[in-house]
Design a protein. Structure first.
Length: 512
């Protein structure tokens, strides 16, 4: 069964979806629908279960407000934001359409927000899809998925990777319903950033997601994927904060709003458990997709190298200064010591002699630069590059980019930092957190850059090419996004060579 006809009730657009009729609103020439349930609320008997299809409704359901977000960690005050919109109907989807007509056949772009798998909600103003849809002629879709303990903790009695299964359920909803909103279910592009890009990479490797999307954009791929043993050990520590076991039976007794605090408490102590939890503990990352052999059979790099993405085109890239944002948040810009840099190199540089090779490769770099380089490379830059290289090695097509434009906000301290690409891709330059990076209006320079990036992303969604040649192992063609865009060979050659043999395997559980 699929969704069918669209209609208008006065100035309010109505769409007949599979589950029932929806009434949205009109904003700047678009039909906009918010808070559409794509799965049953994962609470009560469905707590920690795989998402279940939504039951239908009679009459017309208003779809003008975002649904409540899933429970959030305390990072950036996201827990407080989630409490402002209480409710358990977390699994909802939002649609911006230039033409809600089943005959329109527009390309569809489905956004997966990041947040290190611990935070993230589709209602943030920077994710408003209006400008991208209106100026790009595409249908934009955003949605919520479970994060933190609810979505990614490895629990006895629950499937692994529930957050990823939520993403699959959202894509199934798109397949079954998007034609009624003017979209072409045979022309779906997933795009995401950070943990959202890690999710895009995971979806490329997941048999359950096969056929649900046709192109993929991965912006700053978070390279952390956990072994079941590591994920289970961290989940046990989270449960222990509550005096419980890491089981569905035990944790179901805790109200959903009470679980993120346990995850926050474990995160705060992770630096004490680096021997046991390794690199995840050093970067304070308590949750990530689990390579469980079933839902996620292997890491994305192994999957793509084996040909899993050959029938789908990939656009992937990163920012130049990924780590800069986190160093600034930690108050360490210009303050990194030789000891901190040495510890970061020992922890994250690849291979047994990686620290020395970094110093040799960047002989003029001081502790700040070395610290930033190895953290950027380990967590985002090299995972993104390797995704393109794995895709190409198997005969697939990939296009590579790097954002090198330095953010002018706060005196330019952030450089081309992690997350700067999000407002540029959506065109929401003065909304939410992006205002801190981009600074005060007017925005002539970022507006021009944003227009170029939006044009590339929507062209990729519509036609399969972003406007520059595909990446290959010889010429390594890369689009650099800056005030004056340049197409050149991949610019971070020293890092590429340092990491060229690194497998990006699952993060293991270490010794006590």
């Amino acid at each position: 069964m699929t969704a069918s006809t669209s209609a208008c009730s006065g100035s309010q657009p109505e769409v007949r979806a599979v589950a029932g009729t929806l009434r949205g609103g009109r904003e700047a020439g678009l039909a906009v629908f918010r808070g559409i349930p794509f799965a049953e609320p994962p609470v009560g008997a469905l707590r920690f279960a795989a998402p279940r299809p939504i039951r239908g409704w009679d009459g017309v359901r208003n779809a003008v407000s975002y649904g409540p977000p899933p429970p959030q960690a305390g990072v950036f005050g996201m827990d407080a934001l989630s409490r402002e919109a209480p409710g358990d109907d977390w699994l909802t989807i939002n649609v911006w359409s230039p033409e809600p007509d089943p005959a329109a056949g527009l390309p569809v772009m489905v956004w997966i927000q990041g947040g290190a798998y611990t935070i993230g909600m589709s209602s943030l103003p920077e994710y408003d899809g209006g400008r991208l849809a209106r100026e790009g002629g595409v249908v934009v879709v955003t949605f919520n998925y479970r994060v933190g303990i609810e979505g990614f903790a490895q629990l006895d009695g629950a499937p692994a990777n529930r957050g990823l299964l939520d993403q699959v359920a959202a894509l199934e909803w798109v397949r079954d319903n998007i034609r009624a909103f003017g979209g072409d279910p045979g022309l779906v592009t997933v795009f995401g950033q950070s943990g959202g890009a890690g999710s895009v990479a995971a979806l490329l490797a997941m048999p359950r997601a096969a056929g649900l999307f046709h192109r993929a954009v991965a912006q700053s791929v978070q390279g952390t994927f956990f072994s079941p043993a590591l994920a289970a050990d961290i989940a046990a520590a989270c449960a222990a904060e509550l005096g419980l076991r890491p089981t569905v039976a035990d944790l179901s007794t805790v109200a959903p709003a009470g679980l993120p605090a346990a995850g926050d408490a474990v995160t705060a102590k992770m630096g004490q458990r680096t021997r046991r939890w390794g690199q995840a503990a050093r970067r304070l990352i308590p949750f990530a997709p689990v390579v469980d052999g079933d839902i996620l059979p292997v890491t994305p790099w192994r999957a793509l190298a084996a040909g899993a993405g050959r029938d789908r085109t990939l656009l992937v890239g990163h920012t130049r200064d990924e780590q800069r944002l986190f160093t600034a948040i930690d108050g360490e810009l210009g303050q990194v010591t030789q000891e901190q840099a040495a510890a970061a190199l020992d922890a994250f540089a690849p291979g047994p002699d990686g620290a020395r090779r970094y110093r040799d490769g960047f002989p003029d770099a001081g502790p700040d630069e070395l610290y930033e380089l190895v953290n950027s490379d380990w967590l985002f830059r090299m995972p993104s590059l390797h995704l393109a290289e794995a895709q190409v090695a198997a005969g697939g097509r990939a296009h590579l980019y790097e954002l090198t434009w330095p953010a002018p906000g706060m005196g330019g301290i952030f450089g081309a930092c992690h997350g700067l690409d999000v407002p540029l891709v959506f065109g929401n330059l003065g909304s939410g957190q992006p205002a801190m990076l981009i600074g005060e209006s007017p925005y002539p320079e970022p507006e021009a850059l944003s227009a170029r990036m939006r044009a590339a992303w929507t062209a990729f969604a519509a036609q399969g090419g972003p406007g520059w040649p595909a990446y290959d192992a010889t010429e390594r063609i890369t689009q650099l996004f800056d005030t004056r865009p340049v197409v050149t060979a991949y610019p971070n050659e020293v890092s590429r060579l340092l990491w060229q043999d690194h497998p990006f395997a699952v993060l293991p559980l270490g010794d006590q």
